[in-house]
Design a protein around this ligand. Structure first.
Ligand code: F6R
Length: 264
């Protein structure tokens, strides 16, 4: 795992977008794992900007989102399909047939989850997985006590997650669906590269647990410590509780991989 500290949330999101763009340039048929939530909005803004200004090409790219609420149809304005269309898919030249989210309105949810895993497998697996971390330490909707080897399945949301996401629902917490379909931790850890973006002071304590604490299913983001190529990009506010801050900064300043990003 590598932790990269950027001065602001904007800079952190921009760096994540640059890293995705670099991979997409190297491999136009990239299989990209995507996340939703407030943290990701800026990343998608930067990617849309790069498409417009630099002709970043998404035409051959395939995407798989981490999760979707159970019971929401794709056209529901609170669904993650709607979010993705609005924040990214409608702003770049991606072929919508190459964009995938679990269908939370499927009649047979277990079959839908199996099918989702098969589709990822048939695409050759995820090249780059984008992640945020929830208030309770989740990745995807892998809530505390999720098995560290879990695959795509239905999960009940914790009260902390319902509270976290309530602001995005017109009806507040009462309107937030209680269940979701989510890639499992095992599914996420199968991705070749992982980019995790965490910003804001309210995430500082949970970020420290995920990065520097023990690996535990109580903080499912801590499972990322097991991944051989996981970058965690954070802003100063989120980094406040990290004990190894000085070392992480030193790595970013000195590793050859980061030189091209330092010069910006
Ligand atoms: C969303 C997802 C979640 C979010 C996390 C952070 O698809 O998988 O794990 O990344 O809840 O959400 P925000 O960015 O809204 O704090």
């Amino acid at each position: 795992m590598e932790v990269i500290i950027q001065p602001t949330a904007e800079k952190a999101a921009e760096l994540v977008a640059r890293l995705i763009a670099k991979r997409l340039l190297e491999k136009p048929t990239l299989v990209l794992g995507l996340a939703t939530g407030r943290t990701m909005e800026q990343v998608y803004g930067y990617l849309a900007g790069m498409h417009q200004r630099e002709r970043l090409d998404f035409s051959l790219c395939r995407t798989f989102n981490l999760d979707e609420y159970v019971g929401l149809a794709p056209e529901d304005s609170h669904s993650y399909r709607y979010y993705m269309n609005q924040h990214l898919f409608s702003r770049v030249n991606i072929d919508r047939r190459n964009t995938h989210l679990p269908n939370g309105a499927a009649r047979d949810l277990a079959a839908e989850c199996r099918h989702y895993e098969e589709m990822i497998h048939d695409c050759g697996g995820i090249d780059v997985q984008l992640l945020g971390i929830g208030a309770d330490g989740h990745i995807g909707f892998n809530e505390p006590l999720s098995a560290l080897r879990s695959r795509t399945r239905e999960k009940a949301l914790t009260p902390a997650t319902i509270r976290q996401n309530a602001a995005l629902f017109r009806g507040g917490a009462k309107a937030v669906p209680r269940r979701a379909l989510t890639m499992g931790i095992g599914t996420i850890l199968d991705a070749s590269h992982i980019l995790t973006l965490v910003t804001g002071a309210e995430k500082a304590a949970i970020l420290a647990k995920a990065v520097e604490g023990p690996i535990t299913s109580m903080v499912t983001a801590s499972a990322l410590q097991l991944h051989p190529d996981c970058k965690v990009i954070v802003d100063e506010a989120a980094a406040k509780r990290l004990r190894g801050r000085a070392y992480y900064r030193w790595i970013f300043q000195n590793e050859p991989e980061w030189q091209e990003f330092l010069q910006r």
